[in-house]
Design a protein around this ligand. Structure first.
Ligand code: GUN
Length: 292
């Protein structure tokens, strides 16, 4: 039977640790979440972030902008939050309705408040091997989930499917670094990769971040591999009262008997992303407190 890597349970344990740390602070760390429009998935992610923040004692403010908000308005909102000393962390929930400015918006957030770790400065620092920068939350969450389950990546072959800006790309940089529990040999695959199944079958650790439900099937998995599922899609299921259910990028039932460990969906990587966002907010606050 494979080990099911329970991210929900670990995120709740980490919340207790964070709560103790936050309680001992002079001031409550504050996270500002900018959300443009009403994307259904984003609504759910943001709600989870607000609930977790409340649990650990971080003050989280949701700033909603209309889906027709101009670029000027979004940039202006971020600029004000950058200026505001009572705000220690800022995120702009992706995707934006107008994706053409997403990259520039991420980059407008001050590096020391960029708790998503998406800015060019933080990504650049990560590339340069600076462990003390703010690191993207999903990659950090995956690393923490594996490490806490004693799955060390050093010297192992990690295959990541999906080179996206939020997960695959920063994850490939993080895991290849000479950091604790990293030091992996990383292969980053994408939609143009040839012989994808063949490459995937060479993975000791296979990470799927494609956004395509049940993309990874047993023909892509080596016996004993560790499987990490980043995807979370809503798929139609008439047997569920709601008519739909959440589904990952890995066909869980198909691969279950081959792998040695697997993250469930939901309850695997998702809650870890939220926990790491709060850890980053605390880190940003601590640096701010040292400066002032
Ligand atoms: N959309 C999906 N995941 C994320 C995330 O980790 N951060 C932000 N800002 N937007 C997202």
């Amino acid at each position: 039977m494979p080990l099911v890597l329970d991210g929900k349970k670990l995120a709740l344990e980490l919340a207790e640790e964070l709560k103790v740390k936050v309680f001992g602070l002079f001031q409550r760390p504050k996270l500002a979440i900018v959300m443009v429009g009403d994307n259904a998935a984003s609504e759910l992610y943001v709600r989870n972030k607000l609930v977790y923040a409340e649990r650990v004692g971080i003050s989280a403010e949701l700033i909603r902008l209309d889906k027709s908000a101009s670029q000027h308005k979004i940039f202006g909102t971020v600029a004000e939050l950058n200026e505001n000393d009572s705000v220690h962390g800022i995120i702009v929930q992706a995707p934006l309705p107008d994706r053409s400015c997403q990259e520039r918006i991420f980059d407008t957030i001050l590096a020391e408040k960029d708790v998503d770790g998406f800015s060019a400065t933080n990504i650049g620092r990560l590339c340069n091997g600076q462990r003390d920068c703010l690191i993207a939350c999903t990659p950090l969450g995956i690393l923490t989930l594996l490490a806490k389950n004693n799955i060390n990546l050093a010297g192992r072959h990690v295959v990541i499917i999906g080179r996206g800006r939020i997960v695959g790309r920063p994850l490939s940089i993080l895991l290849s670094q000479k950091f604790e529990n990293c030091n992996a040999t990383v292969t980053l695959c994408h939609s143009e990769s040839r012989n994808l199944a063949e490459i995937a079958r060479t993975a000791d650790v296979l990470i799927a971040a494609t956004g395509q439900p049940k993309f990874v099937t047993k023909d892509m998995v080596k016996e004993g591999a560790v499987l990490v599922d980043v995807g979370i899609s809503s798929v139609r299921d008439d047997t569920c009262p709601s008519g739909s259910r959440l589904c990952g990028d890995i066909d869980f039932d198909d691969v279950y008997h081959i792998c040695s460990a697997i993250t469930p969906v939901p309850g695997g990587v998702g809650p870890m992303t939220v926990a790491m966002l709060m850890r980053n907010t605390l880190q940003a606050y601590e640096k701010f407190a040292l400066r002032t």
